[in-house]
Design a protein around this ligand. Structure first.
Ligand SMILES: [Zn+2]
Ligand SMILES: [Zn+2]
Ligand SMILES: [Zn+2]
Length: 256
């Protein structure tokens, strides 16, 4: 979501930058256009059609990439990306999306000679250069070969805030009714049908109760009534229950 926001903002910025570039090139283009006009209207028309086709093709490609990103997939190879707090990375083809810290001057480019460059954001030109941007101005173009590493200066507060935000964004599927819900708001239950403890998520107390009623006898390890941390019966354990609500059948019955 954050990325999409950024893309929109970038689009605006690009619009503005485009104007300056366009003005510069306009004179030149007009000259060429007048030469072409002499050759006939057909030549000009053909160029306009070509441009339209290119723009259309690019728009189609952007839309496709957007959809893939929304599905948590790599816009380049279409496979599942790995989600980190501020970044998505494709472990298959190496594609990545980086978000720079919002506050200024937090990107530190460490050069191989030991010196550092401070900027708001960096941009990889994909042509062997990194652009250092400060106050919306490209201040430096640094050959990637001179760079040792680039440091992202996130504060602990930013990390904590993003973690919270991400948890709210994350969705999961209810193991009973199949509905999608925010993961942070779902109820969780652990149970072992075999020797492996599994985690089940539910969108509502009703769904969890239905599940537990459906499978009461088959859970021989009494997973519904004890916390995973306190149990040695199962091979697989879950410790990450801090943010999730664990309710027993009795508690659920009381709530509904
Ligand atoms: Zn990929
Ligand atoms: Zn449900
Ligand atoms: Zn257990």
């Amino acid at each position: 979501m954050l990325r999409l926001h950024k893309d929109k903002k970038n689009e605006k910025e690009r619009e503005q930058k485009k104007e300056a570039v366009v003005k510069e090139q306009q004179e030149e283009a007009e000259e060429e256009l007048s030469v072409l006009s002499k050759k006939g209207k057909g030549a000009v028309k053909k160029i306009i059609t070509d441009v339209d086709a290119t723009v259309k093709e690019a728009a189609k490609e952007s839309l496709k990439q957007l959809r893939l990103l929304e599905e948590g997939r790599c816009p380049e190879c279409g496979r599942k990306t790995k989600q980190f707090l501020f970044t998505s990375i494709c472990p298959y083809c190496g594609w990545s999306s980086f978000i720079s810290p919002q506050q200024k001057g937090r990107m530190t480019v460490h050069l191989k000679d030991g010196t550092t460059l401070q900027c708001d954001s960096t941009f990889d030109t994909q042509k062997g250069n990194i652009l250092c941007i400060r106050d919306d101005v490209v201040r430096m173009k640094v050959p990637s070969t001179n760079i040792s590493y680039i440091e992202f200066g996130w504060t602990e507060e930013e990390v904590a805030e993003r973690r919270k935000q991400k948890e709210m964004e994350e969705t999961a599927i209810c193991d009973w009714c199949g509905k999608t819900a925010h993961r942070a708001e779902m109820l969780v239950t652990f149970c072992a049908f075999g020797t492996y403890q599994e985690r089940y998520l539910f969108c509502s107390p009703k769904c969890m109760l239905s599940f537990q009623n459906q499978y009461p006898m088959r859970i021989h390890r009494d997973c519904y009534h004890r916390r995973c941390q306190e149990c040695d019966e199962c091979i697989k354990k879950y410790y990450d229950t801090s943010s999730k609500k664990i309710l027993s059948v009795e508690e659920v019955a009381k709530e509904t």
